[in-house]
Write a protein that binds this ligand. Structure first.
Ligand code: SAM
Length: 210
């Protein structure tokens, strides 16, 4: 991505947070993510997890509460400063809470800065589907590099519609398999539940490293 385009995207997302036009910021970790971790807790304690396009960090902290070392990555400084405040507040409110590590990194997820993390889980709620098409292969490479053997990738994305611009473009049919299928298998795919703030057709994908 050119610097100019990167700056434009950053400005777009920062403005969404500044203006409060953030309908995704519901304050609730989606039930799909909660159910996944309810089934799988103790063996993963202390391992790494990624929250890609973490926004204000609610789900990063959810992962940390499972005992994971959770790293949230986002482009928007506006979102990350709220995420860091959320982390501080959660430690102050309940110091006894079983929280793994949580850290927030400002970066473009088209070039994930974490390398071979051996992560057990990567979560993306609404980030990949907003990336320009040309940045998606680089994103996929970064996720594949970051995950360890048998690691999971949990993705929430809109189906593709004709909309353009820096918002949510959506994913084409077969695109998830094309981006990740050589190294991961799709173990579950379900239609997302429409909500009052979002009527677009969407899906939850759960992939696992082969
Ligand atoms: C729809 S919001 C979802 C935020 C969060 N996952 C949640 O569920 O609250 C999409 C997030 O992706 C971030 N984002 C979009 N493009 C990005 C990029 N290229 N690199 C890093 N973050 C990006 C935005 O700043 C925004 O916080």
């Amino acid at each position: 991505m050119s610097d100019e385009h990167g700056n434009e995207l950053r400005a777009h997302w920062n403005e969404r947070y500044r203006s409060g036009h953030t309908p995704w910021d519901t304050g609730i970790t989606p039930p799909e993510v909660q159910r996944f971790w309810k089934k799988r807790k103790p063996p993963f304690a202390g391992a790494y997890a990624l929250d890609i396009g973490c926004g204000t960090g609610l789900n990063t902290l959810f992962l940390a509460r499972q005992g994971l070392n959770a790293i949230g990555v986002d482009l928007a400084g506006q979102a990350l400063s709220r995420a860091r405040k959320r982390l501080l507040a959660s430690r102050q409110e309940d110091p006894g809470l079983p929280v793994g590590g949580a850290a927030f990194v400002q970066a473009d997820v088209g070039l994930l800065p974490v390398g071979e993390l051996g992560a057990v889980y990567a979560l993306d709620i609404g980030c990949l589907h907003s990336l320009p098409d040309g940045n998606r292969p680089g994103y996929a490479e970064g996720v594949l590099r970051a995950l360890g053997a048998q690691g999971f990738f949990h993705l929430y994305a809109f189906d593709r519609e004709a909309s353009e611009g820096p918002g949510a473009r959506g994913m084409n049919e077969g695109e998830v398999a094309a981006l990740f299928g050589r190294e991961m298998q799709i173990v579950a795919e379900e239609i997302g539940t429409p909500t009052s703030h979002n009527a677009r057709r969407s899906r939850w994908y759960l992939l696992q490293m082969r």
